[in-house]
Design a protein around this ligand. Sequence first.
Ligand SMILES: O=C(O)c1cc(C(=O)O)c2c(n1)C(=O)C(=O)c1cc(C(=O)O)[nH]c1-2
Length: 555
Amino acid sequence: QSGPTDADLMNDAKSTGDVLTYGMGPQAHRFSSLNAINSSNVSKMVPAFAASLGGEKQRGQEAQPIVYDGTIYVTGSYSRLFAFDARTGEEKWQYDARLPDGIMPCCDVVNRGAAIYGDKIIFATLDARLVALNRNTGKVIWNKQIADYKEGYSATAAPLIVNGMVITGNSGGEFGVVGAVDARDVNTGELIWHRPVIEGHMGTLKGKDNGITGKLNATWQGDLWKSGGGATWLGGTYDPDTNLLFFGTGNPAPWNSHLRPGDNLYTASTLAIDPATGVIKWHFQTTPHDGWDFDGVNEFIPFDATINGKPMKLGAKADRNGYFFVLDRTNGKFIGAHKFVMQTTWANGFNKNGKPNVIPEGRPPAPGDAKGKPVFASPSFLGGKNWMPMAYSHDTGLFYIPSNDWGMDIWNEPIAYKKGAAYLGAGFTIKSIADDHIGALRAMDPKTGKIMWEYKNNAPLWGGVLTTGGNLVFTGTPEGFLKAFDAKTGQELWKFQTGSGVVGSPVTWEQDGEQYVAVMSGWGGAVPLWGGEVAKSFKDINQGGALWVFKLPKS
Ligand SMILES: O=C(O)c1cc(C(=O)O)c2c(n1)C(=O)C(=O)c1cc(C(=O)O)[nH]c1-2
């Protein structure tokens, strides 16, 4: 059965009539050249339709829609997938994964989107499985286990498809799992390669051993690498230019860093992986010996720019630790790190070798036998930026970062590893640090590290960003709005109240000669669950679950 091919997926950033990949192109620039909706007319934009996900189970709707051949595919909370008619909003079919009672997602029952290929639409479920459905009927074609949910594994990210392989990460960093990247045959779901990301673990290729990750016990002591964390829970990007996959890795386990001396590779890092073999080509660790759950899964976005007169193949990552990293994407060499939040208490910049200038008092101390002494740390563990993807404009050359300014009291506690149980050894309370905002959408010049404009939002920003050839930047707010800003100045140009918090990622495409914008609405994710004092301030935001689609009125 026909449908999107590998070539179509690689061309997604240029094809304006559909949205085939998470990130709107394998490099995940989230940029569309479409300009029918632009900074001079966006104020007139109106809803075309809304479609409800229904059900009693609402919670966070973090999905990015996929749009193909007159259908919009969205995933919903609790591992659901919906196909809606892209012209009328009528539901074509719905698939509900039957989830076992014992699933252990750390941070809400979310899903960030599906992947499309040929006759299939594929998504990951909270019980750490990968399901391929027929995109016309919603019937299951294959269904494979990524990992054992009873050990604390889950899955929330959108799969990435490259060269006929569906490539996934895993979730479970709070349970002492082992982060890994897997490649499967998209037609059968059979495993091709498996790459654990914690040093000491063996990778496989076509069922055979394919080399240990890193060097056993180089940066971990004893057996701690066996439950080292580093979940690859946000999935990855792919760069056709260098033929590399880029995956971020999450926090080391447990959070209490005194229990695992060393850098703990490859946690809190960006990895470049060979898609043919699953071999790691280079790594860059953004938070060595992480003691704050700064994680490091944030998306790594390939881009090209001229630095000091030299044209370079670069990549950028706005890290949870509050720094925006620019690396040479051919070899992982450090180019620069720029602070993009109000405050970083754990480090004061990076040296020219890409190592943080660590502030020792910023690390929560060892606990002894009981609760340790708290320290105030900023950013909070939910990060200067969490999972919500930034966008890169080909017109302005700026990255638009959905960021948050907040801190936390954090302390360490004793903990021992137990399979399938939370493995933190730390406690925390998140707090505001500014009177007028937590969220801040920031326009970052990657060449200079300068913030060209910012938009401040009362609640933490928790949705993805889209930028367009119409000089626009779109993002949602927990207060319920989808908003449009002038990409050059940051001026707010339009907003629409969707009825619940917007924590999805907006997309745009062209259909029947008109430009459309779509976004999911439905408040949830980690903030209401883990946000401490901040969660209390925003406890009145209502839940929801709807796809909203917008366009200009017909003139
Ligand atoms: O370590 C992990 O495995 C893991 C997984 C996830 C997830 O899968 O959603 C999150 C986190 N960590 C995490 O630290 C975090 O702050 C977070 C926020 C969210 C969210 O969707 O709002 N998920 C996750």
